[in-house]
Write a protein that binds this ligand. Structure first.
Ligand code: HEM
Length: 114
């Protein structure tokens, strides 16, 4: 095996390790006290079924308007999101914005997606 291919392999392994580390950091359990700090259009997080969503870059794209999401910024939006009766597309979009889970000690009872 040539030195160049060893270097290439190591560089790929390093990149993969960096991606895994970043993912791990992003999916760390988050306390509700920290979520509460993200309640503005500069940084807006919300919780649905104990998963944390950073919806900052989605605010202006929300078909139901920015203000209604901001109302739930920093809070639990489980009932609001589910009771509104969002489409399967909207449920699918959630994954894109998920940044982690709420710490177990702060979990609320989960609601079935409809
Ligand atoms: C990440 C979170 C959210 C996503 C991805 C999302 C996505 C969407 C999408 C795609 C629509 C268009 C209609 C549909 O496909 O259902 C919509 C409409 C709407 N959403 Fe959201 N939404 C989110 C959070 C919320 C929250 C927390 C509320 C609070 C009640 C809300 C209230 C509404 C309302 C009132 C509409 C109005 C239009 C209609 O009546 O269909 N959404 N949302």
């Amino acid at each position: 095996m040539s030195t160049t291919s060893i270097k290439k392999g190591l560089s790929w392994a390093l990149k993969a390790l960096q991606i895994l580390t970043v993912r791990k950091m992003l999916s760390r359990p988050i306390p509700r006290s920290e979520i509460a700090d993200h309640c503005s259009s500069q940084s807006c997080w919300m919780v649905v079924n104990n998963k944390v969503y950073d919806v900052t870059r989605f605010l202006r794209m929300h078909p139901g308007g920015e203000d209604i999401i901001l109302e739930y910024g920093g809070h639990d939006a489980t009932s609001a999101f589910i009771d509104k009766g969002h489409s399967p597309d909207a449920y699918g979009m959630l994954t894109e914005y998920c940044i982690g889970r709420v710490v177990k000690a702060d979990w609320f009872p989960e609601k079935n997606f409809t």
